[in-house]
Design a protein around this ligand. Structure first.
Ligand SMILES: [Zn+2]
Length: 154
């Protein structure tokens, strides 16, 4: 099979899919999750591979215990943190802070800012914690444009 075949095949598969499940523009804002591929199904399938020859009740009990152990391990990690924010969030904020240095924030009143770089711009409402790029609302983590505003305010 050549590359063109797979390109056409993938396009035909995507045409039949509802974009609500794969386009961030359709994601609900209340979830505060901008990921559409978190590998949860793959992780779950890998965890049950060793149990596939057992009866269904044993499999369900094993899954229940492995989920409980996973939750307990994650709680222990969270309790041992010496800061209120998870390291991955801090890394995202640091990356956004680095990207924000290219953006200029101009106050527009009532907490609104016009954030521009050349001819490209976004409107950040620092009071509503929103940005026209949509990333802040979707993930709950300030985007680089909002961080440019925060830098300007300080
Ligand atoms: Zn934004």
């Amino acid at each position: 099979m050549h590359r063109g075949y797979w390109k056409i095949k993938i396009l035909s598969i995507l045409e039949n899919k509802d974009p609500k499940h794969s386009c961030r523009v359709f994601f609900k804002e209340y979830a505060k999750c901008d990921s559409f591929d978190n590998n949860m199904a793959e992780i779950f399938n890998a965890s049950i591979v060793e149990h596939i020859f057992k009866s269904i009740t044993i499999i369900l009990e094993d899954i229940f215990h492995s989920v409980m152990i996973g939750v307990a391990l994650n709680k222990n990690v969270a309790y041992r943190l010496d800061q209120p924010t998870f390291p991955m969030i801090l890394r995202k904020l640091e990356k956004g802070k680095n990207q924000s240095r290219w953006w200029q924030a101009c106050p527009g009143g009532n907490g609104k800012y016009d954030v521009k770089h050349g001819s490209v711009g976004f409107v950040v409402d620092i009071l509503d914690k929103t940005c026209t790029c949509g990333a802040w609302l979707l993930s709950g983590i300030p985007c680089c444009y909002a961080l440019a505003v925060m830098r300007e305010e300080n």
